[in-house]
Ligand binder design. Structure first.
Ligand code: FAD
Ligand code: NAG
Ligand code: NAG
Ligand code: NAG
Length: 594
């Protein structure tokens, strides 16, 4: 498994190189721009692309990582999971010991390449619940964040395209809620799996608990629906491919520098009584030469939920006392920087299945792997056009659940979910190689409306040191209750008639997880993350005592600095966050332009 993964990562495609992609600071034609964008990730690429639509605006994007171009595992959908953790495309973070996980630590991947995490993620495209955005509007006091207003940006983001196998998508999504001419290709799975018909049959057999949802991207997430992914023509569509490499990077006013890790923001003066941070210092490695560039109009931080608070803290913007312990004097004392980290806990529930229709042999047998790779290479078709799942489910605890006697429902509203199922036609236990024989299916459960809040903080004044990341997974009564109930719901789901001829047995500790106590032990021993950190530089109303940015995403207490990435979300969304992040970035670009 390890060596197969190394081999997958060594595969590359020949690609043209783009004129304005710089690899060394000595190539930069200048050091002063209108805007400096920090991080060419999911949000940063959108902002850079939209701002440079105006040819008189100059933008420099600084990206710590490498290019995505030619990296086969970032192009072939099925190979995406091999890009992390602990590769050259990853920041290689690990959480601190999680008390909710019996003291275990878990890998905490973040993309470190053009496109950021959108170049390494599992491509689920879920906009979240309309109630997520309505809550953002209520919490910030800015109606511009409400679903009704955000809809206009959906058109700009997404280009619905046929699935790789050109099958009819009638009855699998609602075309009326999609756009045909935005930036990111979105499509349904391009290859059928052994689970598809059985999942649909279960929605008919148990419709009260597991109803079919024609399109969970219309603001109503509840139910089981077909997986919409950021893919098209059999390939991944990322912030890099859609917002940088479909022409934008050839604009003379857009410069992108890779291998450039920002080490701190530099205070350049006082404007309207506030410290101004228009300087950005970076280096390619620990101890390497530093270069400083300047954003005349603004500096935009898009380094993600871990990178952004890390850079702020390194620059003296953060909790004064905590910064002092690592020898940094606070310029702006803001206790919220790095706090309120919110993530989705995950648990993979695995079943042994009959026959050889699961995808497990693709990773076990090099001939099967090569055949599928050749099929992809020659016709962009076959199993390698699929992502991790062909279906997702967003589900609620019943309102009679005992937890609601003591805990207020943390979901943003009655149309939103408490937990999720992700259906995979293979073994997906993170870090554990697939057993030598047998077929598997996995129903991954995730806590979608967690109450736990963690934090991230720098461990040293060395910008190349890894920060402390403590998501506090399953540390609250609501979160552990919900994960246990999700496991029971999986057990009810798989007891439907549709699975009788297919499932042989639950695998591992799931087989004996029959009482609340045993389920809790099973959960705490095996849970991990869906890789969705948010909230570490949250929006709050203008003038609020908490929060890091105002509703226009301007950093509080400073001048000339904005944040556009997952860190500004005041609550984690009801789904996988990339689509909400694209939406936020499109609105942010519009705000900056006006
Ligand atoms: C393995 C994995 C699977 C996932 N699967 C899904 C999924 O299926 N669906 C979904 O919706 N979401 C998924 N996610 C989450 C989603 O991809 C992220 O939430 C989203 O991409 C984050 O966007 P962002 O703009 O906040 O940050 P990112 O896209 O991570 O961008 C941050 C960028 O900033 C750069 N950067 C950071 N620090 C610095 C610095 N100091 N100097 C210069 N550059 C810096 C980074 O290298 C990166 O390019 C997944 C994430 C991972 C890691
Ligand atoms: C992550 O680990 C890989 C593999 O060991 C290594 O090549 C890469 O440089 C590491 N990246 C960082 C940012 O630590
Ligand atoms: C799907 O249709 C496109 C466009 O007509 C075509 O290029 C492609 O080869 C088709 N793919 C398959 C697998 O039939
Ligand atoms: C965390 O977020 C909540 C709102 O959800 C807010 O009331 C609280 O002050 C925040 N904490 C910090 C330290 O910012």
């Amino acid at each position: 498994m390890r060596s197969l993964n190394a081999w997958i990562l060594s595969l590359s495609l020949a690609v043209p190189t783009f004129a304005a992609l710089y690899t060394s600071p000595s190539q930069l034609p200048r050091t002063v721009y209108d805007y400096i964008v920090i991080g060419a990730g999911t949000a940063g690429s959108v902002v850079a692309s939209r701002l440079t639509e105006n040819p008189s605006i100059s933008v420099l994007v600084l990206e710590a990582g490498v290019t995505n171009e030619g990296v086969l595992a970032s192009i072939v959908p099925f190979l995406g999971p091999s890009l992390a953790p602990n590769t050259v495309y990853d920041w290689n973070y690990t959480t601190s010991a999680q008390s909710g996980y019996n003291g275990r630590t878990v890998p905490y991947p973040r993309g470190r390449m053009l496109g950021g995490s959108s170049s390494i993620n599992y491509m689920a495209y879920t906009r979240g619940s309309s109630e997520d955005f309505d809550r953002y509007a209520a919490v910030t006091g800015d109606p511009g964040w409400a679903w009704g207003n955000m809809k206009q940006f959906m058109t700009k983001i997404e280009k619905l395209v046929p699935p790789a196998d050109n099958h009819s998508t009638a009855g699998q999504l609602d075309p009326s809620v999609h756009s045909l001419n935005g930036a990111i290709s979105v499509s349904l799975p391009g290859f059928p799996t052994a689970l598809d018909d059985r999942i649909m049959a279960t929605t008919r057999e148990l419709p009260a608990e597991f109803p079919f949802n024609l399109d969970m991207n219309d603001g109503n997430v509840l139910g089981i629906g077909w997986f919409q992914g950021t893919l098209g023509g059999g390939k991944r569509s990322s912030a890099a491919t859609a917002y940088l490499q479909s022409g934008q990077i050839n604009r003379p006013n857009l410069h992108v520098l890779i291998n450039a890790q920002v080490t701190k923001l530099v205070k350049t003066g006082i404007v309207s009584g506030l410290p101004s941070f228009r300087g950005v210092q970076f280096a390619s490695q620990k101890g390497g030469t530093t270069t400083t560039v300047y954003g005349n109009k603004e500096v935009i931080l898009s380094a993600g939920s871990i990178g952004t608070p890390t850079i702020l803290q390194l620059s003296g913007i953060g909790p004064k006392a905590a910064l002092k312990t690592v020898g940094i004097t606070a310029i702006v004392d803001n206790p919220s920087v790095g706090q309120n980290l919110s993530d989705h806990a995950l648990l993979v529930n695995t079943y042994n299945v009959k026959g050889s229709d699961s995808f497990d042999n693709l990773f076990r047998d090099s001939n099967t792997f090569s055949t599928s790779l050749s099929q992809w290479t020659s016709s962009l078709s076959g199993p390698f056009t699929d992502g991790i799942a062909n279906h997702l489910a967003f589900l609620r605890l019943p309102s009679s659940a005992s937890i609601f006697k003591t805990v207020k429902d943390p979901a943003p509203g009655p149309k939103s979910a408490h937990y999720e199922f992700i259906f995979s036609n293979l073994w997906v236990q993170p870090g554990i190689p697939v057993p030598a024989t047998g077929g598997f299916m996995s129903i991954t459960t995730c806590v979608i409306s967690p109450t736990a809040r963690g934090f991230t903080k720098i461990s040293s004044s060395d910008p190349f040191a890894k920060p402390i990341i403590d998501p506090k997974f399953l540390s609250t009564p609501f979160d552990i209750f919900t994960m246990k109930e999700a496991v029971k719901a999986v057990q009810r789901f798989t007891s439907a008639k549709a699975w009788k001829d297919y499932i042989l047995s639950p695998f591992g500790a799931l087989a004996t997880a029959t009482t609340d106590t045993i389920i809790e032990t099973y959960v705490r021993n095996n849970a991990g993350t869906v890789f969705h950190p948010t909230g570490t530089a949250s929006m709050s109303p203008k003038g609020a005592k908490w929060g890091v940015v105002d509703p226009n995403l301007k950093v509080k207490g400073v001048e000339g600095l904005r944040i556009v990435d997952a860190s500004i979300m005041p609550f984690i969304p009801n789904g996988h966050p990339q689509a909400p992040i694209y939406l936020i970035a499109e609105r942010a670009a519009a705000l900056i332009k006006s």
